[in-house]
Ligand binder design. Structure first.
Ligand SMILES: Cc1ncc(COP(=O)(O)O)c(C=O)c1O
Length: 485
């Protein structure tokens, strides 16, 4: 019999069920401070198992995950960079995990200082000094900023400006956030160079325009070269410019959006500052705004007076957008990232992200179609060539074949302005060897695609789930959980 401590079992009240417990513990008195009526009479019915079997079970489960700690993860726009383990060790310290957000300010000065300093650093990096750390994701930051814009418009007594202009290459969250905040959206066309088309933008300007939402670098991985002119045009018409800063990792430490005329932006700390993405969260999407808009930021804000940190509500605050102070544990990791790298290190992160993307683009461009084949920022978009498409190969086939070959596929079918897009973001944390290995696999898949479609159509052959009919799955989803016999 396995006698590891986890296997100390005793009989549950239900026949045939046995449970783990701490030997000798009296269930009614083991947890001090809990009212008697809330305490258990019987221990919980945990499944019986030994420690070794438990470890094997969870190790097997963890191996089913594809993770940045197992292989290359070139998911464009998602910035799947390495999250340093030391940040996890810092975040796990009891000095942080033991804090409660309702403690009084005097007993959490360190935590308040951390948030204050991080906000200062983000303000410095973006050139936009008003910062809230509250939003829980990039999309939440977008919504928060649009609410700030609404607050500002209301303060001007302006109830006419209810339209936001958005380039057609934008992430889907941009128009969704506008709609949620009560704005109408007008789409601005991209130019043949993949940039926001200034002439088309001009056609939509007028007293109804509250602002522009523009992603820079944009979702094609290109820097919006006309950004200063675009900002000036929006300002001249009386609107504000919101920059979707999801791709800030390509320019941080190099360029400051506040300097080229941006009024508000969000940062995805879970991308740019290497904090965990979570499964759709937990994330963090702080927004940074100009001095003029600062008074509309959510409450509370951390302020410092003579070395003492406290909380205050900005004069015209839009109110709360998140409980307490945002996702503090993510802020803690982002703070560790910023302080460990410093200004010089952050600049090198951006430079290396751009170098890695360009290196990979050049390695694969003779084998794949790269529609905007010029110097890119931190990511680039490729697609199957005409010969491949004529042979019946789609981007989905390429993605499935990459899974079979042990790689997480790049982002596919986004941005929508590129048909059959394959968007590759290597990030700065990958070595030349890894990039060479991925390029070799991409070149191999290109050759396979030209040799005959059937082989790619059947991929992946080596996964627990092979090719599924995705259209049928969307039309007729089976949402019930089923345990495999
Ligand atoms: C360009 C862009 N904008 C906004 C978002 C939304 O960010 P989040 O997923 O943190 O809500 C993303 C996310 O991928 C993005 O790539």
């Amino acid at each position: 019999m396995n006698l590891t401590p986890v296997n100390l079992l005793f009989e549950d009240s239900r026949p045939g069920r046995r449970c783990m417990r701490t030997p000798g513990a009296d269930l009614k008195t083991a947890v001090k401070g809990l009212p008697m009526e809330e305490r258990r009479d019987a221990p919980p019915a945990w499944p019986e198992t030994g420690e070794l079997d438990l470890i094997r079970h969870f190790t097997r489960l963890s191996q089913k995950n594809y993770a940045i700690s197992t292989n290359f993860y070139p998911l464009g726009s998602c910035t799947m960079k390495y999250n340093p383990v030391i940040h996890e060790a810092i975040a796990a310290r009891p000095e942080w995990t033991g804090l409660h957000p309702l403690q009084d300010d005097a007993s959490v000065q360190g935590a308040l200082q951390l948030m204050y300093d991080l906000a200062q650093d983000l303000g410095t990096a973006t050139g936009l000094p008003g910062v809230t750390l509250h939003p829980a994701a990039g999309a939440h930051g977008e919504l928060t900023a649009l609410m700030v814009l609404r607050g500002w418009l209301d303060a001007q007594g302006d109830d006419q400006r209810r339209t936001i202009l958005i380039p057609d290459s934008a992430h889907g969250t941009n128009p969704a956030s506008c709609t949620l905040a009560g704005f109408k959206v007008i789409t601005v066309q991209s130019s043949a160079r993949g940039l926001c088309q200034v002439e088309d933008l001009k056609k939509h300007l007028g007293p109804h325009v509250a602002g522009l939402m523009i992603t820079n670098p944009n979702t094609i991985g290109l820097f919006e070269e006309d950004i200063a002119e675009i900002c000036a045009l929006i300002h001249a018409t009386g609107g504000k410019v919101y920059m979707d800063g999801a791709n800030f990792n390509a320019i941080m430490g190099v360029a400051r959006p506040g300097d080229f005329g941006v009024d508000m932006m969000h940062l995805n700390l879970h991308k740019t500052m290497s904090t965990p993405h979570g499964g759709g969260g937990p994330g963090s999407g702080p927004i940074c705004v100009t001095e003029e808009l600062r008074e509309f930021l959510p409450t509370p804000q951390v302020v410092e007076t003579d070395g003492v940190y406290s909380l205050m509500t900005p004069a015209a605050s839009i109110g709360r957008v998140r409980s307490f102070h945002g996702n503090f544990m993510v802020l803690l990791r982002a703070y560790s990232y910023v302080k460990r790298l410093g200004a010089e290190g952050i600049r090198r992160v951006a430079e290396n992200a751009v170098i890695n993307a360009n290196y990979l683009r050049v390695l694969v461009r003779d084998h794949w179609r790269v529609p905007y084949d010029r110097h890119c920022m931190h990511e680039f978009v490729a697609r199957p060539t005409k010969e491949m498409r004529d042979a019946g190969i789609h981007t989905l086939d390429v993605a499935k074949r990459l899974i079979e070959l042990g790689y997480h596929p790049p982002t596919v079918y986004f941005p929508l302005v590129v048909n059959e897009a394959i968007m590759v973001e290597p990030t700065e944390t990958e070595s030349k060897e890894t990039l060479d290995g991925f390029a070799a696999v991409m070149i191999q898949v290109a050759a396979e695609a030209l040799a005959g479609a059937a082989f790619l159509h059947e991929a992946p052959r080596n996964m627990p789930v092979s090719r599924v009919d995705e259209a049928a799955a969307v039309k007729n989803p089976q949402l019930a959980f089923r345990i495999r016999e």
